[in-house]
Design a protein around this ligand. Structure first.
Ligand code: ZN
Length: 680
């Protein structure tokens, strides 16, 4: 806590910072305490605030000639208190300034200098270097997800992560979004590798789509590569597994001629996550990936703060850090912190337990399974992504379970309710998930029973609240009880305090907050400034903005094309933009189709036009509406411009406009209008 207090009081002004740090922690604190006790008459000393601390400080300096009371850090509190009292008493009689020990004073200056150097290691950067690096986010800024970042030198480029994101409700029939690869096509010949930080969908989900089009060596730790491999298999591009280059954390590797990259272990809501340190001639850039600082991770592999600190000591040019939780002032809990709640839930459950979480959160699943085993339950895993992720984690030895604890979905009914734990997908209420299908009675093997306990060990991703609530209604109607208290989920992202730790460890010259909407990165900028990065050294990026960083400066240089490509998951194919626009129009304004036969000689209708509408007039009004359309067509044809009848395209266009005007005047709607005019 002491460090924290000091941190917050010393933010912006480096000089004050140096001053405060020159005090030994114990000395300043014990003095403060004892003084508050012993000088109870001195009202100014009652509240030990920072002014007092400084005053205390000055006093210590003045009393420098009494080494016994002030310079011995090992003094116990009572001796300290006595000597302070004595000093006070003497001072009362003798107000003149005490002589200053000039030698000690020079050491104060030397210490201040040391602190300055320690806090600003950037003098180690080569300011005369002409080298620079360009950084371009093609996704992941101004949005949550879809992360992809390009790092470029003069001749080469690498990508960090190639992720997907989810559509909003206006993108009808779209399952996922992938970044627009236009800029990558432009610099294709420069790209020497793809760097993967971790295996979340918003960091690897667009890999198969990129690799169907262009291929580069892929560098990452085993779990992300295994998961990408799985995607390649699903997309029938198994052969691209040959681009895999598994790496070992802490071992620097050269990529192309210009990049040297080191992976550093990070804790996050998926196993085997990393930060990367990318070193070029311009200096070292650290990209945190997604992270939180977990001091007690389930597998014991803590965040590699030592490597981060080592880079910080050497002098880091630029830090790109995860902003997802930048509004959260409460430190993010350890993954282990959900254990007591899980234990409590399992110890009390009388029927089956159905636990749902994000399928990629293997450590959560692992903990659930452990408590299942502890309370004598067999484990049934249901849901394609959950089954696959557990399988990969076991295959590659990230987690170990006794084989005989698993049962299949069709075996569940052979066991007592109290002997069953079902681990499943669907924590977001997704309509095609296992839990949702169970909730509406459509799962082949599992029917919800009145004594079932459903545990939602997750949070609602913004936008999913409605579907989750709908699913809960179904589950409760079927008689199940629900456990979804806050203590059975913990975030995977750094809150403010951990962001501060990252900033202090890395101590960057320049800072680019990443991963988040504008408000997230803006809040992260504030945190950066609190941690000593000057405001002018922080830029807030949005997708497509290219930033140039050199030891001397950081600036925006240009904007490149970005956007989203719509994907239909049924066939893994792209959906063109105009299809989505048409669907939006159909959904909000409906469609009108007109088929008419017109004589070429006299421009008259040869028969009644056929009018079909959807989503614009009720069925019972169909006839009236058809008559209206007939009248409009007739008037149009009577006044038709000469020659138009021969040009069917222009003719249909004009008709469309006339009909549109009429419908808008009457109904204030712009439906799709589809005229077919057959001229004989
Ligand atoms: Zn992540």
């Amino acid at each position: 806590m002491a460090e924290e207090n000091q941190g917050t009081t010393t933010q912006a002004v480096p000089h004050t910072q140096a001053k405060q740090h020159t005090q030994a922690k114990e000395t300043s604190q014990s003095n403060e305490n004892t003084q508050a006790k012993s000088n109870s008459n001195d009202t100014a000393n009652r509240k030990p605030n920072h002014n007092n601390r400084n005053r205390n400080n000055n006093q210590n300096k003045q009393d420098g000639d009494k080494p016994k009371s002030n310079n011995n850090r090992n003094n116990n509190a009572s001796r300290n208190a006595n000597s302070n009292n004595k000093n006070k008493n003497r001072n009362r009689h003798r107000r003149q300034a005490t002589p200053v020990d000039e030698n000690l004073k020079t050491f104060v200056t030397k210490n201040q200098e040391e602190h300055k150097q320690r806090l600003n290691p950037h003098y180690k950067l080569d300011l005369n270097s002409k080298a620079k690096i360009r950084i371009t986010p093609l996704g992941g800024l101004g949005e949550i997800g879809g992360n992809i970042m390009v790092f470029e030198t003069e001749k080469e480029a690498i990508l960090v992560d190639v992720g997907m994101s989810f559509p909003d409700e206006t993108m009808h029939g779209v399952d996922i979004l992938i970044p627009d690869f236009a800029y990558l096509r432009e610099i294709r010949s420069k790209i020497v590798g793809v760097i993967i930080t971790h295996a979340h969908e918003d960091h690897i989900g667009a890999m198969p789509y990129l690799y169907k089009e262009m291929q580069f060596p892929i560098y990452g730790t085993p779990l992300p590569l295994a998961m990408i491999g799985n995607k390649f298999d699903e997309h029938h591009i198994k052969e691209h597994r040959k681009y895999f280059n598994p790496i070992v954390k802490r071992q620097k590797i050269k990529i192309g001629n210009d990049f040297e990259v080191e992976w550093m272990h990070m804790t996050h809501s998926i196993l085997d996550s990393s930060s990367v340190a990318i070193t070029t001639d311009a200096g070292t850039v650290i990209h945190t990936g997604d992270f939180k600082i977990d001091y007690t991770p389930v597998d014991g592999y803590t965040t590699d703060i030592h490597r981060l600190a080592a880079y910080g000591e050497k002098g880091v040019l630029c830090l790109l850090s995860d902003s997802t939780n930048s509004h959260n002032p409460t430190p993010t809990g350890s993954e282990l912190s959900v254990a007591p709640a899980l234990d409590r839930i399992f110890s009390k459950a009388e029927g089956r337990v159905l636990l749902s979480t994000f399928s990629s959160n293997i450590h959560r699943v692992q903990q659930a399974i452990q408590y299942g085993i502890k309370y004598g339950r067999k484990i049934c895993v249901i849901g394609r992504s959950m089954e696959r992720n557990i399988e990969i984690a076991m295959q590659y030895d990230y987690v170990r379970f006794p084989k005989n604890i698993f049962i299949d979905a069709d075996e569940v009914n052979r066991y007592e309710d109290k002997e069953v734990l079902i681990v499943t997908t669907g924590s977001q209420g997704e309509a095609n998930s296992a839990l949702f299908r169970m909730s509406i009675g459509e799962h082949r093997h599992i029917k919800i029973k009145p004594n079932d306990l459903i545990v939602l060990s997750s949070r609602a991703i913004p936008g999913n609240e409605g579907s989750i609530s709908g699913m809960l209604n179904h589950l409760q109607r079927a008689g199940a009880s629900i456990a979804m208290s806050k203590d059975i989920h913990v975030s995977g992202h750094a809150s403010m305090e951990e962001q501060k730790l990252m900033l202090r460890l890395v101590n960057p010259k320049f800072f680019l907050p990443i991963h988040g909407e504008y408000n997230h990165v803006m809040k992260h900028r504030e945190t950066g400034m609190m941690c000593g990065v000057p405001e002018r050294n922080i830029l807030l990026m949005t997708d497509g903005e290219q930033i140039e960083v050199a030891p001397k400066y950081m600036r925006k240089v240009k904007t490149v094309k970005t956007g989203k490509t719509y994907i239909d998951n049924q066939n893994n194919h792209k959906i063109e933009d105009d299809i989505i626009l048409d669907r939006q129009k159909l959904a909000s304004d409906g469609v009108v189709m007109l088929v008419a036969e017109v004589s070429e000689q006299n421009s008259k209708m040869l028969s009644k036009p056929k009018v079909t509408t959807f989503g614009i007039v009720p069925d019972k009004m169909d006839k009236t509406f058809a008559k209206e359309m007939e009248d409009i067509l007739e008037i149009f044809l009577t006044n038709i411009k000469p020659g138009l009848i021969e040009n069917s395209r222009a003719l249909e266009n004009d008709i469309r406009q006339v009909v549109r005007k009429h419908i808008f005047r009457k109904m204030k709607k712009y439906p799709l209008i589809v005229p077919h005019i057959l001229v004989h």
